[in-house]
Design a protein around this ligand. Sequence first.
Ligand code: SF4
Length: 128
Amino acid sequence: MSAFDWMDEALCAQTDPALFHPDRDGSYSTAAKVCGSCPVREQCAQHAERLEGGVSRALRHGLWAGHTPNARAKQAAAELAEDQETDVRDSLIRRLHQRGGMTIAQIGAEVGCTARTVHRVLTRRAAA
Ligand code: SF4
């Protein structure tokens, strides 16, 4: 069994590949319909994410799992921004906790998250 076995069920492999790589003025609409009924769409989306990682829009090509290069680039940028926001928030939680004098609930109120999130961040740090 290989990590690529799912590709055997890919509907795009049974259609015209040009549909998934239209000319500059072309449309993805027919390919998107194929993706819409593809049984391995989830695996395809995960594969595209692994393959493309955080690359720019210019390095993304073709339709994957029904998502255009623009859509995938926007999604990747949003996820990166979210990760960075989380890093900043977690760092602030740790600094407030190290400084002392605040309860978990007070730290959460200061940072704008729940006490449960504060606890999770501090516990994760302790376990690391
Ligand atoms: S979801 Fe992925 S594997 Fe399935 S048809 Fe679309 S591009 Fe091909």
